[in-house]
Write a protein that binds this ligand. Structure first.
Ligand SMILES: Nc1ncnc2c1ncn2[C@@H]1O[C@H](COP(=O)(O)OP(=O)(O)O)[C@@H](O)[C@H]1O
Ligand SMILES: [Mg+2]
Length: 318
């Protein structure tokens, strides 16, 4: 349904009364239309999609996932979700009507907010496993076929060969050889509830309390990935957060909230394993015909991460 039709539908159903203004926030890069609505007495955010106009079935799944997640809000008991005023999943429409909160533009993000951000994230990650079961959210172990590892190695070799003799290629064989062990680090428990798109624009402010919206990609996985993603997204916007300090806070808060002992060393190792895995499998594709500096930066980061994963092994064994 068009925005107009949706608004008429909501007004006729008595869900929205006396609309004063409607301002689009996003016009659906993700396929959803997000509207800010003021009525005579209140302010809302409406996120809705027209199922009939979606061409990508994965997209529809992600909206269903978000709808399902909010509809089980009470089961979860998570205190960091926006207040939901109305939910609909009908033949043609998925609609989520929420209370409107303040947002935090990334240039307003102060580094002293790190503790509150980690507190928010660990509230999500501390969600007990039985609740995840009830929501039907489970971790899918990753398995990378040998052919994919070989073709990734060939791709890296051809990228490095474009810079005759500048890069030592030996480590590629080591990474390929250790790839199963690297994947095993990521497949090993514990896994927690993951938001799936944890960045500053999805954080809302409720009188000083942080809340989290946009649950389309909710899943189960390694928590540390969400923390690094958050930090690298802000970094791209020119805001620097001390990652070492954030990881220490994360480790401490997870322990306080769950009793689980995720050491800083283990978290860093998981982060490094994810970095090697992603860079090795996906990055070479984007580096053909790139300057040696750029190739070198990505390659060096991958090699450093690999060394860190292996060092972890050494400590574990020794
Ligand atoms: N309840 C809300 N209150 C205030 N702003 C919101 C609310 N829900 C969403 N927003 C704003 O709208 C933006 C887009 O909504 P989101 O659910 O993230 O959809 P998208 O899939 O387009 O990212 C969010 O990044 C946030 O800035
Ligand atoms: Mg979003």
């Amino acid at each position: 349904m068009e925005n107009k039709a949706v608004l008429a539908h909501f007004t006729n159903a008595g869900i929205l009364d006396r609309i004063v203004s409607v301002t689009p926030i996003t016009t659906g890069a993700s396929g959803a239309s997000v509207l800010s609505i003021s009525t005579a007495d209140d302010e809302f955010i409406l996120k809705h999609i027209d199922k009939t106009s979606l061409t990508d079935p994965d997209m529809l799944d992600s909206f269903r996932r978000e709808f399902h997640f909010y509809s089980k809000k009470d089961v979860l008991g998570l205190q960091v979700l926006p207040e939901i005023r109305y939910l609909e999943n009908s033949q043609n429409t998925i609609a989520i009507l929420m209370r409107k909160y303040e947002t935090i533009p990334s240039d307003k993000w102060e580094s002293d907010m790190t503790g509150r951000m980690v507190d928010l994230l660990t509230d999500v990650h501390a969600c007990p496993a039985d609740k995840l079961d009830e929501l039907g959210i489970e971790f899918t172990p990753r398995s990378v076929p040998a052919e994919q590892i070989e073709s990734a190695m060939a791709e890296w070799r051809s990228v490095l060969a474009e810079h005759n003799g500048v890069f030592d290629q030996m480590i590629l064989c080591d990474i390929a050889y250790a790839f199963h062990d690297i994947t095993a680090i990521l497949n090993a428990p514990p896994h927690s509830l993951n938001h799936g798109d944890f960045h500053a624009a999805n954080i809302l402010l409720d009188e000083g309390r942080l809340l989290l919206c946009d649950w389309q990609n909710v899943s189960a996985g390694k928590g540390i990935g969400e923390l690094s993603f958050f930090i690298s997204r802000l970094h791209a916007d020119g805001v620097n957060i001390d990652e070492e300090q954030a990881i220490r806070m994360y480790s401490r808060m997870m322990h306080e909230k769950t009793g689980m002992s995720l050491t800083v060393q283990q978290l860093k190792r998981e982060k490094a394993a994810a970095a090697v895995s992603t860079s090795f499998l996906h990055w070479a594709n984007y580096l053909h015909h790139a300057e040696a500096d750029r190739v070198g930066k990505v390659y060096r980061e991958m090699c450093d991460a690999y060394e860190q994963v292996m060092r972890g092994d050494y400590y574990k064994g020794g």
